[in-house]
Design a protein around this ligand. Structure first.
Ligand code: ZN
Length: 360
């Protein structure tokens, strides 16, 4: 009640008049009868906040599907009305692709995750960061040593936590076995029997790799991936029949064009590596900021390997804006990474996510 802003006294564990008044104002603001008695309906209305108040809004111990994402976004929006939520577009299966805006500073930065279905742990990372930042802002705390309120007033962070909801839902099991979209993906997968199904699935639901869709050396990417055998819709590495043919990639592209991002972070797994370059572009301060990211995360700052150095979102961003853009590869192991890695991954990336807005 105190965190929600309905209770102003000390926390004394006593259900006194102050607490009763807090319950009544909570009930009234949720359209419940204001009787001050915490019955089942009131408990139901309170539950998300009880979870939230304890810092558990974002579950960090389960597979993170698009419906969990949407539940979490609704909770955050109610709990923290200073954030705004919208949609950058829709997936092939018609799912909304949400974005969140937090902050009102002039510096705009853009964080995005889960371009690849089996990298859904990156969505959890961005959502946990969002929830922590909201909590710190509301309670006037510091995040990674920086005043959340100062950060809020100097930078605006846009977050697209799940670029590829259909791919994520396939890998997390939210798309049920035997359902039409499952069968669509299974048929595609049958042409690539060496890639495990569903765990090897990175693409959108019709088999296009969303991080090979951007107009930055797309033809080079096509040549490389075709020579590797990815010549038709596939669980990964199929570039599509042209750049930006897929609605999810096009949505990220258009969203970026409609803003003035000074820095972008594109989250992937795995490798504990930060990629900062595209071709011979050397955006001002890009290497220095990358070095700071490397210091605070323990990840190594590396040149992109040639075979994956075209048609990614960060490639296109650097080419179009000559501003710092990074692909961050979190964690180590085989995708999908076990959620047991989450705490370490989050600890490694909190600094990057904070400094992205500080240094931009
Ligand atoms: Zn990836």
């Amino acid at each position: 009640m105190k965190i929600l802003g309905f209770y102003f006294g000390n926390i004394d564990g006593i259900y006194g008049n102050q607490t009763k008044n807090a319950v009544i104002s909570f009930q009234k603001s949720f359209g419940l009868s204001g009787d001050g008695i915490v019955g089942p309906t009131t408990w139901n209305a309170l539950m998300p906040y009880i979870n939230g108040a304890l810092g558990f809004i974002i579950p960090t111990n389960i597979s993170y599907s698009s419906s969990i994402l949407n539940i979490n976004l609704n909770t955050l929006r109610t709990l923290y009305p200073f954030i705004s939520i919208g949609y950058i577009g829709k997936s092939i299966l018609g799912k909304n692709i949400p974005f969140v805006k937090i902050g009102n500073g002039n510096k705009e930065v853009f964080y995005s995750a889960s371009y690849h279905g089996n990298e859904w742990i990156t969505s959890t990372v961005l959502m946990k960061f969002l929830a922590d930042y909201c909590y710190c802002y509301k309670n006037n705390l510091s995040i990674f040593g920086y005043s959340a309120r100062m950060l809020f007033n100097s930078a605006t962070i846009y977050i697209v936590p799940m670029v590829n909801p259909d791919g994520v839902d396939l890998v997390t099991g939210e798309i049920g076995i035997g359902s039409p979209p499952y069968n669509l993906a299974k048929n595609i997968s049958n042409n690539y029997p060496s890639i495990p199904f569903v765990n090897g699935w990175k693409a959108n639901i019709r088999g296009v790799d969303l991080n090979l869709q951007f107009p930055a050396g797309w033809e080079n990417a096509r040549e490389i991936k075709y020579s590797q055998g990815f010549t038709s819709p596939a669980p990964r590495d199929f570039v599509g029949f042209g750049p930006l043919t897929e609605p999810e990639a096009l949505a990220v592209y258009n969203f970026t064009l409609s803003h003035n991002f000074r820095l972008i972070l594109a989250y992937h797994s795995q490798g504990e590596v930060i990629y900062w370059q595209f071709q011979n572009y050397n955006p001002p301060r890009s290497f220095e900021i990358g070095q700071r990211f490397s210091e605070v995360s323990g990840y190594s700052l590396e040149d992109t390997p040639f075979n994956s150095s075209f048609a990614g979102f960060k490639d296109w961003f650097i080419q179009s804006y000559n501003r710092p853009g990074y692909t961050v590869e979190v964690g180590l192991g085989t995708n999908p990474l076990p959620i047991s890695q989450f705490d370490k991954i989050y600890a490694d990336n909190l600094g990057i996510l904070t400094l992205g807005a500080v240094l931009a």
